[in-house]
Ligand binder design. Structure first.
Ligand code: SF4
Length: 372
């Protein structure tokens, strides 16, 4: 099998790992390991590939688990570095996401990933972005070596506790993933410039949104994570979970909204409300639910509220809150239409604000219940 035939298999096999913002759309997989990635700075292309899809582990959701009947192959580090440079010569690619199944043992597979990155850095003088997956169970020495060649390292936590991990695999341990994350944090604290992310598979093990949210919040703070990704479970043919219902994409979307409320709006886990089953409401966004559950805060007066209070209004975000403050210093607001230029989503904000004491709830009551 030549290198580009291998690439067809190992490029596609990497699609279950997140490396940009949120789930890639179906058309975000372009070809031969090239993925379109949505970042806060816009859309870019990244080369995502597995070094091997040969795996001796048994993760019940995974296309690469040892019992699954799928075509198997591997690159050598030399081969993969050469393929990457060739793909980069032909296409505009901003970086590389380097991952692997576990063929031999965590350190041996890490060593091949590190060798690939070293060849790129030294022989090909590649100075661009490299995101490298850390194998659960990798040693301290292997993680330290990886941190010298990669810009970002990640271990996928997948589930919120050991109890759920045991439902998905006998081979991975929740504790060994936490140990790896802790090691990356230690290296960062020592001054090594490497960032860290993780990913949850949503709905694979019967866990609730509340459990995912609480654990994601804790991990982000404890290990200083740059991002947490959420990937709705999708059944893969030939695996023990092929008959399980896929997780609705809206569940994944709500978790990203919550993560955004934590990072941009100063929300905390105790500010959220859940359904009886512990999941976030699917039909209302979490900020709107917060507003409905806190009538003591609303309506918010646009001409006097401080930045943090403005941020609690559905339809007002960090940018629009700043614009409102800037404008009202010189020129207080007189009508709701004057908010149009700030980026405020008026139909969302209307029931929750006043301007000089004037409320806008009554005139829009029918819409209030349908804008979510
Ligand atoms: S370790 Fe588990 S998730 Fe990773 S490739 Fe192997 S079976 Fe898949």
């Amino acid at each position: 099998m030549d290198s580009f035939e291998k690439l067809k298999i190992l490029g596609q096999a990497s699609k279950y790992d997140m490396c940009g913002c949120g789930r890639p759309n179906e058309d975000d997989y372009i070809k031969n390991g090239i993925y379109r990635v949505h970042t806060p700075d816009g859309i870019c292309s990244i080369f995502k590939v597995l070094l091997t899809n040969k795996c001796h582990r048994d993760c019940a959701y995974c296309v690469n688990r040892f019992e699954n009947n799928t075509e198997r192959t591997s690159f050598t580090p030399e081969e993969l570095a050469k393929v990457f440079m060739e793909v980069r010569r032909r296409h505009s690619i901003q970086g590389l996401f380097l991952s692997s199944a576990i063929d031999k043992n965590p350190d041996s597979d890490m060593s091949s990933l590190i060798d690939t990155a070293k060849i790129l850095r030294t022989r090909y003088n590649f100075k661009g972005y490299i995101h490298m997956k850390v194998m659960p169970g990798a040693s301290r020495a292997a993680i330290e070596e990886a941190s010298k060649v990669a810009n970002r390292l990640s271990l996928n936590i997948e589930v919120p506790s050991e109890r759920y991990m045991e439902r998905l695999t006998r081979a991975k341990r929740f504790g060994e993933i936490l140990n790896g994350m802790s090691e990356i944090k230690r290296l960062k604290d020592k001054g090594i410039r490497v960032s860290q992310t993780t990913q949850f598979i949503v709905g694979a093990a019967g866990e609730s949104d509340r459990e995912i949210v609480d654990e994601a919040y804790r991990l982000k703070r404890e290990f200083n994570l740059a991002r947490v990704y959420f990937s709705a479970f999708r059944p893969v043919e030939g695996t023990p979970m092929e008959g399980k219902e896929p997780t609705p994409l809206m569940r994944e979307y709500r978790l990203y909204q919550v993560d955004f409320l934590f990072s941009q709006y100063g929300f905390k886990p105790e500010d959220l409300s859940y359904e009886k089953d512990g999941n976030l409401p699917m039909d209302k966004d979490p900020k709107y639910v917060f507003a409905l559950n806190h009538p003591e805060i609303y309506p918010v007066e646009i001409n006097t509220a401080d930045y943090n209070l403005l941020l609690l209004v559905p339809g007002i975000g960090p940018v629009s809150a700043k614009r409102i403050l800037e404008r009202r210093v010189k020129d207080p607001y007189h009508s709701i239409d004057e908010l149009k230029g700030t980026g405020t989503v008026l139909k969302r904000a209307r029931p929750f604000i006043t301007i000089n004491g004037k409320s806008f709830t009554e005139e829009n009551k029918p819409k209030q219940l349908s804008f979510i």
